[in-house]
Ligand binder design. Structure first.
Ligand code: ACO
Length: 360
């Protein structure tokens, strides 16, 4: 039995490969370093969807489909009155659940557009501001930044593109597996994506970057980093943004995002924060080497995610929603791949409970 399914191979995929020993992520034949910072989200969606829908869309068709879906979602779910009760993540997920289900490209675009439109609108409403409608003609990332900030900001849009591409797919992680399980029952794309959204929320998966900011704020200054981090690990706490089930070396996505953060800092956005964060990262790696020898704990994607999304103006409570904006592309492709395999996912368990009384 594999508790946590660590060694179980549950699918064949052409979508992505995570090499945890060498720290390599390949998405449809391209390394993440090759894609991040050079590819727009629309290109990546076209790459992931290729072969999984009739009439495989190119990047221009994806851009058009996403723009239409953003306008439609805004009209249906935001302009008609937004339900901003509860956490931003829960409200975003509830809004996404209101999309009509289907297995076609139009449904896929709506599922990609839902977190992209709902998240900035929810953030603005919670700040007492009016939501900003999407603008046809803008790229997906540029429109998200405009809907959040109320103005076009090319540097921030480029950094968001890097982020969305970097997190778009990552092997059989917990949320992608959840998506494939639901897709295998033929429940439809929306149900499959909702399963992914449910799994992504937890702090051991997509919920980690918000707590990274809390950790940085609690540390406060470089001199406090070592004692704070060492105290936390000695208490048995986990340092958010470090460690990974598959990567036994540095997560390659951490470097892709760190480069994007540095690029923004060079242009004056978040420049004070990056030097502090780099010092905290070094202190954390030292502390983990000392306190957890032999565990191969290194920086994961969430550490620099936190810094990047903070610099883009997202509040920590919305970080996981932004993760969902990117990962939905991978979920949809995996759901389609699983459906095409025709196989229901149905593992077994070992019963360790009491046996029934035998009739005398
Ligand atoms: N800080 C301190 N200790 C850690 C950390 C950490 N971040 N991660 C693992 N450890 C320790 C564990 O306490 C354990 O120590 P022990 O052997 O003394 O009991 C040992 O390392 C092995 O831990 P496991 O639980 O077996 O590792 P697992 O593969 O289950 O954990 C996980 C992976 C959940 C990501 C873990 O490293 C963690 O909790 N990290 C912090 C949360 C985080 O950053 N999550 C985002 C992951 S990336 C993503 O999902 C997008």
């Amino acid at each position: 039995m594999s508790n946590g399914l660590d060694d179980v191979i549950a699918a064949e995929t052409v979508l992505s490969d995570v090499n945890g020993l060498e720290g390599r992520l390949t998405i449809r034949g391209h390394s993440v370093a090759e894609l991040a910072g050079r590819t727009r989200f629309e290109d990546l969606v076209a790459l992931l969807f290729d072969g999984f829908f009739e009439n495989a869309p190119d990047a221009a068709a994806v851009a058009k489909g996403l723009a239409q879906a953003r306008a439609e979602i805004f009209q249906r779910l935001v302009a008609a009155g937004l339900d901003a009760e509860g956490s931003i993540y829960d409200a975003m997920r509830a809004g996404t659940a209101r999309i009509a289900d289907g297995d076609d490209l139009a449904t896929a675009y709506r599922l990609l557009a839902a977190p992209a439109v709902l998240t900035p609108a929810l953030i603005r409403v919670k700040r007492g501001l009016e939501p900003v409608a999407p603008l046809p003609g803008l790229g997906h990332a540029a429109d998200i930044i405009r809907m959040l900030q109320g103005a076009e900001k090319a540097d921030l849009a480029a950094a968001l593109d890097t982020y969305l591409v970097t997190v778009s797919d990552h092997g059989l992680n917990a949320s992608t597996f959840a998506t494939r399980v639901v897709a295998s029952t033929r429940a439809g794309l929306m149900s499959a994506v909702l399963a992914g959204l449910g799994a992504l929320k937890g702090p051991l998966h997509g919920g980690a970057p918000g707590p990274v900011i809390e950790m940085l704020d609690a540390i406060g200054e470089v001199a406090q980093a070592r004692p704070w981090l060492s105290g936390a690990v000695k208490r048995g706490d986990r340092l958010m943004g470090f460690g990974h089930r598959i990567y036994k070396v540095r997560d390659p996505r951490a470097d892709a995002l760190k480069a994007a953060v540095r690029k923004l800092a060079a242009k004056g956005t978040g420049d004070g924060r990056i030097a502090f964060a780099e010092a905290v990262e070094q202190a954390a790696l030292d502390v983990l080497r000392t306190e957890k020898p032999g565990r191969s704990l290194d920086t994961n994607v969430e550490f620099y995610t936190a810094l990047l999304l903070e610099a883009l103006g997202f509040p920590p409570e919305a970080f996981t929603c932004v993760f969902a904006m990117g990962r939905t592309a991978g979920w949809i492709a995996h759901a389609r791949e699983q459906l095409a395999s025709g196989r229901l996912i149905r593992p077994q368990s070992v019963y360790v409970g009491p046996k029934p009384e035998l009739a005398a």
